[in-house]
Structure formats: C-alpha cells, structure tokens
Design a protein around this ligand. Structure first.
Ligand code: CAA
Length: 258
C-alpha cells in the first residue's frame, strides 16, 4: 500500500494514514487503501483498532482539494459516496476503533475521526469543517455526525462559520474524550485499546452494535436491540468463564472470543 500502514501489536491493530506531504489528505487512493485495509483485518485475532495519521502535524487535513477541484456535480456526489461508504464501514466495523488525532482534523479529517467509536487527541489538534469556505458542504458525513455528537447549534456554528476548535474546546464539547501531549497520545491510545482487548470480545462487539443501532432507533425498539444482543452473549465460552471466575473468586483466564 502507498498511503496506509497497518501494524498489529497483540490484539490491537494500528492503521496509519501515511501521506504526510499532503498532511494525510484523503484522495481516492487513500480511501481505496483504507477500504482494503479494513477488509483484510482478521477479526478472529484483532479486538480493537487505532486510527492515526503519520507525522506530528496532521491527523488528516481533509479530502484532497486538488482532486476535488475539477469534479462535476455527478463526480462530486460519487466522491462523497466513496468516502461515506468507507467511513460507514469504519463506524460499523465489528470491533471498536479509537481515533488518535495527532494534529489537524479538518473536513474529511474531522469526519473520519467522528466515524470512530472514541476520539482522543494531542494538544496541537485542530478540529473543523472548513468546507463552506471552499464552496462545498462537508461531504463525508460531517453535517450528520457533528450535529449528533455535539448538538445542532454548535455544529451549525462550526460548519456555517468555518469555526475551528482547538483540543481543549473539543474536549469541552465532548468531541474528544481526552487530550494528551504528542508523545503521550499513541501510548494512551494503545493503553485504552489494550483495556478493551482484555474484555470478552463477543460482548464488546455486541455493545458496539447495541449502542450504534440503538441510537438510530426509538427507545422501545432500541431496548429490544439490546435484549437480543444481551441474549446472544449467553452460552458462549467467554460468558461462562467471566461469570465462573467471579463466582469462584478468581481472575479470568483470558477471554477466547468464543
Ligand atoms: N487537500 C490537498 N492537499 C492538502 C490538503 C488538502 N485537504 N491540506 C493540505 N494539503 C497540502 C498542501 O497543498 C501542501 O502541499 P504543497 O506542499 O505541495 O503545497 C501541503 O499539504 C502542506 O500544506 P500547507 O503548506 O498548507 O501547510 P500549512 O501548515 O501552512 O497549513 C492547513 C496547514 C491549515 C491544514 C492547510 O494545509 C489547510 O488549510 N488545508 C486544507 C484544510 C481543508 O480545507 N480541509 C477540508 C477539505 S474539503 C473536505 O474535506 C470535504 C469533505 O468533507 C469530504
């Protein structure tokens, strides 16, 4: 791959968007490679993912403006669909994905971070949707996910006024869970991913699905989504081990994802 690197450390996979000369901007090649990278992940052995950007300046500085500059209406729509399809794959990926936002997260960069389950960032991070300054709307889910994450009023201010927010404000808005120094960021992401990976994988995946699917449903249906996923955990080896360990007052002997 030219633009994506993937490393596996135990149960945790680290995906790095690696196009630092263009501040990791998302062109079609990056989107295609990210799609292939996700397809190739072994879900038997991988329990959590981290998504980050190469270099110390930028997570992702947006969709590639040079590539977009000459698109027709139909091509623009198709490019939006291409990004949306990959980001939705990430959002609904069976295992949790942590965005380790190490700098600029603008346009498509903010949008890809919002497609992850959890966001943490470095203190030099900058979040924003500067698209209207380029004559377009956000195109990879920004109008939808930002409003859902931080509320419509603040999302509209950020989007209409191209009002970027720095790391601390992003934390105050709930856009990120925590802010670290540049050096601390990846170790913190790995520590969190490691904590997730220690827990029963079938249960963690069911929680992700329950939260994601339930958020889109009315409460009466949402609660049934949870009931079904709750039920699906029973009779698994890991449920028996988890509860058995509690009852026998001993530590879990490592969940098996079975
Ligand atoms: N697309 C293509 N190339 C980009 C890029 C982008 N989104 N962002 C940065 N680059 C390139 C620059 O063109 C430059 O390339 P050259 O060295 O070949 O000239 C290189 O990355 C370094 O960038 P700068 O020299 O501009 O670096 P800087 O430190 O002065 O500024 C920045 C950094 C503020 C992030 C600035 O690069 C910038 O404003 N980038 C664009 C941010 C943006 O508008 N993103 C939204 C894109 S639209 C979108 O994402 C639509 C959507 O929702 C799908």
């Amino acid at each position: 791959m030219d633009f994506i690197t993937y490393e596996q450390e135990g149960f945790v996979g680290v995906i790095t968007i690696n196009r630092p000369k263009a501040l990791n901007a998302l062109n079609s090649g990056v989107l295609d490679e990210l799609n292939s990278c996700l397809d190739a992940i072994d879900l038997e052995t991988t329990r959590a993912l981290i998504l980050t950007g190469a270099g110390e300046k930028s997570f992702v500085a947006g969709a590639d403006i040079a590539e977009m500059s000459t698109l027709t209406k139909a091509e623009g729509e198709a490019f939006g669909k291409k990004g949306n399809d990959v980001f939705r794959k990430l959002e609904t990926f069976p295992i949790p994905v942590i965005a380790a936002v190490n700098g600029f997260a603008l346009g498509g960069g903010c949008e890809i971070a919002m497609s992850c389950d959890i966001r943490i960032c470095s203190d030099n991070a900058l979040f924003g949707q500067p698209e209207v300054g380029l004559g377009i709307t956000p195109g990879f889910g920004g109008t939808q996910r930002l409003a859902r994450l931080i509320g419509a009023g603040k999302a509209k201010e950020m989007i209409y006024a191209c009002a970027n927010v720095k790391a601390d404000e992003a934390k105050a808005l709930g856009l990120v869970n925590a802010v670290y120094t540049q050096e601390e960021l990846l170790p913190a992401a790995k520590k969190l991913a490691g904590k997730i990976a220690k827990n029963a994988p079938i249960a963690v995946r069911a929680c992700k699905k329950a939260i994601n699917d339930g958020l889109d449903a009315p409460m009466d249906e949402a609660i049934v989504i949870e009931e079904k996923l709750f039920g699906s955990c029973f009779e698994t080896e890991d449920q028996r081990e988890g509860m058995g360990a509690f009852l026998e007052k001993r530590k879990v002997e490592g969940f098996k994802n079975r």
